[in-house]
Design a protein around this ligand. Structure first.
Ligand code: FES
Length: 278
């Protein structure tokens, strides 16, 4: 749609339900952001080990890694799980002392600059345009992502934050198979180990990661005419990349569900069925 034509908002010749996708993606992401914000501000019930001390337990992925811990709140992780010990006394009173506040900007910066997320939130929230071949909000000139939005280029760097989180959340997933040092399996362990797998499916299908793997190459079959390891890797990454939207939503919904699950068992509202309780 030619923006210079100054057509009224949502003008289109399309006869399909083009508005369904921006509607559900916009509403879905808004729900995620609202829940994440609420959860982050709670600062409690983010840890469950059924009262068993020692190695292992369930940690909500929204609260991992734990930089500081206030061990006196309900449902807090043991103090020795914090990277830097107990919550510092200099922390401003106006800002909730929540371990999630210190880390959520990392994964969020990765998602907010993702090419797929950019596509849907430009459509759903900024209507620029709301869908292909549908007129968006009229404006004087199209500057793309060159002006205020130039920060979106940071995505290639936020990728490394996401890679670090895969490692951290995999460690948490493994830790969830232990309670007081004893190996077992609970519903929570399965949920927490699936979480980094979905995040990896999303992250390794990232366009920036695909460029790292297969970019800057002139030939995938040199020097002997056979496909190189990098080519095979690039094919795998490209497979994930072709399903990037699916991985984005699965990993996002799952991480929120994992937080809900840990919170509910930590509050005693849900029973965690497990081999430890048998
Ligand atoms: S393009 Fe979506 S995570 Fe990089």
């Amino acid at each position: 749609m030619d923006s210079s034509a100054k057509l009224p908002l949502a003008y289109t010749s399309r006869t399909d339900r083009w508005w369904v996708e921006p509607l559900w993606t916009g509403a879905g992401f808004l729900a995620f952001v609202l829940y994440t914000t609420w959860s982050m501000l709670q600062a409690e019930f983010y840890w469950f080990s059924a009262g068993v001390e020692g190695f292992g337990g369930y940690l909500s992925p929204f609260y991992s890694p734990l930089i500081f811990i206030n061990p006196t709140v309900s449902g807090a992780a043991p103090l020795d799980h914090a990277w830097f010990g107990s919550w510092p006394g200099w922390w401003p009173k106006l800002i909730p002392a929540s371990p999630a506040i210190l880390i959520l900007m990392g994964p969020l910066s990765f998602r907010m600059t993702c090419y797929y997320y950019r596509k849907f939130y430009y459509r759903a929230y900024f209507l620029s345009p709301p869908a292909c071949a549908v007129a968006g909000i009229p404006r004087k000139e199209y500057r793309g992502e060159t002006a205020l939005l130039v920060f979106q280029n940071l995505h290639r760097y936020t990728l490394y934050i996401a890679l670090a989180f895969i490692v951290i959340l995999t460690y948490d997933g493994i830790m969830s198979f232990f309670r007081g040092g004893e190996f077992g399996v609970g519903v929570g362990s399965i949920i927490l180990i699936i979480n980094p797998i979905l995040l990896a499916g999303y992250t390794f299908g990232c366009h920036a990661f695909r460029h790292i793997v297969g970019g800057n190459m002139d030939c995938f079959t040199c020097p002997n005419g056979k496909p190189t390891k990098r080519y095979r890797l690039w094919k795998g990454v490209s497979w994930l990349n072709g399903r990037h939207m699916l991985w984005a939503w699965l990993s996002m919904i799952w991480v929120a569900l994992a937080d809900v699950y840990v919170r509910m068992v930590a509050m005693g509202k849900w029973t965690d069925f497990s081999t430890w309780g048998m």
